[in-house]
Design a protein around this ligand. Structure first.
Ligand code: ZN
Length: 258
């Protein structure tokens, strides 16, 4: 569900179409409207990090629905009753999906992502709810963590299977692809993705979910080893002695002012 200016709140519905869980409910009213429209119960809340556009609806939803709240133990969030850290699992028996928690510090220090695998069904693709860490063609700002932490977090997400669907929390794709075009000029994969995203956004359709495979081909923050990116950074004064973390930090700083 779209919320605020450019957020996406994700509702996961079970196979019977009667139960839902929500990821990062920044706005309780948007969630309540969607639950009411489809006569869904709310069985769980999953949180990725502490920013209010991801957590603002938690208190109202819990007061009304009394559902459990899963979230990062290392981020300051009130109301979590299942504190999670790297390697933990979230098993919700009524949903045919099993989540593994991946710690992804950088945007915030306690940020976590949920990597889910469907149990049964005929779609083998995994799903990733990654909050503000990995975006379609971009990544979150470093509000709390270091470039080394964020680079490592993104590397871990990039190593998931290429067909993993990426459910990020904002519609930033067009502006991210404009930056990707500047960071890796001449990339036909980036140009093709930008053309496709323009068509989709003109029709007011979300560009997400993305997939890990297309991110590895077009997301400059996962492409610090690309010769074109290295050459572009060299033009901006990042010398040949810089390693992947320094190149990532330079890209992120460049994007901050892009
Ligand atoms: Zn955030």
């Amino acid at each position: 569900m779209p919320a605020f200016r450019d957020n996406y709140l994700w509702l996961i519905v079970d196979s019977t179409g009667s139960r839902a869980m929500v990821v990062d409910p920044g706005d309780a009213r948007a969630i309540e409207r969607a639950l009411a429209a489809a006569s869904l119960s709310l069985d769980a809340i999953l949180l990725t990090h502490h920013h209010s556009d991801h957590t603002g609806g938690v208190a109202a939803l819990v007061a009304r629905r009394g559902c459990p709240v899963y979230g990062p133990g290392a981020d300051p969030i009130e109301g979590i009753d299942h504190a999670l850290g790297d390697g933990d699992r979230v098993a919700l028996p009524d949903f045919d999906i099993d989540f593994e928690v991946i710690a992804v510090p950088g945007h915030t220090l306690g940020h976590i992502a949920y990597y889910g695998r469907r149990l049964g069904g005929d779609d083998p693709r995994g799903v990733l709810f990654c909050g503000d860490t990995l975006f379609a063609a971009g990544c979150g700002r470093l509000f709390e963590g270091t470039p080394a932490q964020m680079h490592r977090s993104l590397e871990r997400l990039a190593s998931l299977p290429p067909d993993t669907l990426v459910y990020c929390a904002h519609e930033y794709t067009l502006s991210n692809l404009a930056f990707a075009s500047a960071a890796e000029p001449g990339s036909s994969a980036v140009s093709a993705r930008l053309a496709e995203a323009r068509v989709v956004r003109d029709r007011d359709i979300p560009t997400v979910p993305s997939a890990i495979g297309i991110e590895r081909q077009t997301n400059p923050f996962l492409r610090t080893d690309s010769l074109a990116v290295i050459a572009r950074l060299a033009e901006r004064g990042v010398g040949g002695e810089a390693g992947p973390v320094e190149r990532f930090a330079a890209l992120r700083a460049w994007k901050d002012e892009f």
